[in-house]
Design a protein around this ligand. Structure first.
Ligand SMILES: [Cu+2]
Length: 155
């Protein structure tokens, strides 16, 4: 009788584990499907339509070549050794961000005149000092300071 009861408990906990497993599977799947995609245009004013993009880990940003002569080139991120590769001029470009932190990119021809953008992944500013120490033109530097203020103001 006691043995039977223990067996019953085991069976019950096994079912419980199965239920927990299925639940976490559902949660994982819904988390994957809830990953978002943000679209940023190249504007006619030599800028990006969204200068500060705040996203979650796993989200994707797509840059749309709505205007000619622009691209995306990453200057810094949480892992300087594995930055996304530079995009071609006038090309559609898409990056999925799987590492949290601050990313800085610019347009190769117009970076010096302030065509830069920030991506904040997971509201994580741990590498901000590294981003701030990247060498930029005076104009780009002042744009970066403005973008950092924006990023921090709604963090
Ligand atoms: Cu440009």
């Amino acid at each position: 009788m006691v043995l039977q009861y223990i067996w019953f408990l085991n069976e019950k906990s096994r079912n419980m584990h199965r239920i927990i497993f299925i639940f976490s599977l559902i949660l994982t799947i819904s988390k994957i499907t809830s990953a978002e995609t943000i679209q940023i245009d190249f504007t006619p004013y030599d800028s990006y339509s969204i200068e500060v993009a705040k996203i979650d880990v796993g989200d994707t940003i797509e840059w749309l070549p709505k205007n000619e002569g622009h691209n995306v080139e990453f200057l810094g991120g949480p892992d300087f050794d594995s930055l996304p590769e530079k995009s071609d001029l006038n090309a559609f470009y898409s990056v999925t961000f799987n590492l949290s932190g601050v990313y800085l990119y610019h347009c190769t021809p117009h970076g010096n005149t302030g065509m830069i953008g920030l991506v904040i992944v997971g509201n994580d500013f741990h590498n901000l000092k590294d981003i701030e120490s990247i060498e930029l033109s005076r104009t780009a530097k002042s744009v970066l300071e403005r973008l950092i203020r924006i990023a921090k103001s709604d963090s």
